[in-house]
Design a protein around this ligand. Structure first.
Ligand code: PAJ
Length: 279
């Protein structure tokens, strides 16, 4: 396993891999790796000749007062996990090399970037789209792997790939969960025992949404109300949003049909968790 820190150096290797006709797979991450990340790496390992994992806590996607400083950084453990997952290259850039002095170009995916999570995290998806475009260009990935866990992120990146005719294929992998249903997330590390117990309501509420739909209820408002009632029974839960939306446009639907996305963001204390299902 090779480790690169400089975009230019990795770029040279990526160019060589291209010339040899190798299929390059990219798994972009912010580290504190868990089984969700590993499931993306396993998929990439199966499909690609060269597997690149990037680990970079991207300052551009954190707002003022968000958790950039305390975001978990677990490099030694992450590198061991990458080695075990047979990663070929880990890209570990420094902020100053990704955003050198004078950097001033950003990708804005209009509309999609300001809904849902974008409403409470202005600028977040601009930071995500910008770093992901840079990672695509540096690694020259043929296939890039993302998780359905961050459904809005996946939609925004797909849109960017289409809009800019980027020569990369996307694979969106299913959400990896703990046995009790909690979607895996690097931010779960912030949860105390009681928060974590209460956070189980998220997957239960999504299950309730699906259950109601499967028993004939299609009025989105009514389903959302029942989900909200269930979530707010947990004392520590503060709902940011619960939404039933079209899985591509992210626009709210009135009448629920198969293929709709049910998505939510809820805070437990200072920890903001997201989860979703496709009905
Ligand atoms: P991060 O939160 O580290 O997630 C990296 C990738 O792992 C994302 O595509 C995310 O959707 C996926 N992932 C996270 N939890 C998952 C789970 N439980 N099941 C399946 N996949 C999961 O998302 C980011 O980093 C950043 O925004 C990034 C794309 C790296 C840009 O900085």
């Amino acid at each position: 396993m090779r480790i690169f820190r400089l975009p230019g150096k990795l770029g040279v290797i990526a160019g060589k891999l291209k010339l040899k006709g190798k299929r390059v797979g990219l798994v972009p991450t912010m580290g504190a790796l868990h089984d969700g990340h590993l499931s993306l790496m396993r998929a990439a390992r199966r499909e690609c000749d060269c597997l690149i994992v990037s680990i970079f806590v991207n300052p551009a996607q954190f707002g003022a007062g968000e958790d950039f400083k305390k975001y978990p950084r677990k490099l030694t453990k992450d590198l061991a996990l990458c080695r075990k997952a047979k990663v070929d290259i880990v890209f570990l850039p420094e902020s100053r090399d990704i955003y050198p002095e004078g950097f001033c170009s950003f990708v804005e995916v209009k509309g999609l970037g300001s809904l849902l999570c974008g409403a409470t995290r202005p600028g977040h998806f601009r930071g995500v789209a910008t770093i992901v475009l840079k990672l695509f260009n540096i690694t020259r990935a043929d296939i890039a792997y993302f998780g359905q866990k961050d459904a809005q992120q996946a939609v925004i990146i797909s849109r960017m790939v289409k809009d800019f005719d980027l020569p990369v294929k996307l694979r969106i992998m299913p959400i990896a969960r703990d046995q009790d249903g909690l979607a895996l997330s690097s931010r779960n590390a912030y949860l105390g025992k009681e928060d974590r117990r209460q956070a189980l309501v998220l997957s239960r509420a999504l299950g309730l949404g699906r259950f109601l739909f499967e028993h004939g209820l299609t009025d989105a408002k009514k389903i959302l109300l029942r989900m909200r009632q269930l979530i707010t029974k947990q004392k520590k839960a503060a709902v940011d949003y619960i939404a039933i939306i079209d899985a591509e446009t992210l626009k709210p639907v009135k009448k629920v049909s198969r293929g709709c996305l049910v998505a939510l963001a809820v805070k437990f204390g200072k920890t903001r968790l997201i989860d979703n299902i496709i009905i």
